[in-house]
Design a protein around this ligand. Sequence first.
Ligand code: AMP
Length: 172
Amino acid sequence: MHFDLKSVIRDIPDFPKKGIVFKDITTLLKHPQALNIALQGMAAPFVHSGVNHVVGIESRGFMFGVSAAQTLKCGFVPIRKAGKLPSETYRVDYELEYGTSQLAIHKDAIEPGENVVIMDDLLATGGTMDAAIQLVTQCGGDVVGISCLIELTFLNGRGKLGNIPFHTLIQY
Ligand code: AMP
């Protein structure tokens, strides 16, 4: 069964800032068939990877990550913006287009040696994903895969991910 996922993603020019073309996935999320294909497709490559946890990046990574955790029969671990997680955290600074931001993970969320797959909706420059990899690594976890719905290939975020297997369903 073929379905063109791009047909249910819309471009919003100049959001959240002038010059950025925002890929709006709310139109995909409300389309039952597209949502099913996206959720299954993001998890499928990792069914035999021995994944202990799916790690999802706030906030759109949560939508895909929780579903993938169910498919992979494992649990879910959130990475959030700094200041949101209630227990002890590791924190990493990362570059945004203007200035920096901070992501955080609970220190006890991942045991040393556990295998994780990290998920987000979209890979652009790769700065956010790079920070997430650092957080999992600080916990002692092994990132055995990365899955994003969308890749903006012209920004070459993939170049920041080293040798970690990287999977996307939609490329622009
Ligand atoms: P980056 O750190 O540059 O790879 O940016 C990735 C993060 O920013 C993801 O969490 C995306 O949700 C968000 N993002 C970056 N660029 C876009 C875009 N053009 N459309 C939608 N989301 C974006």
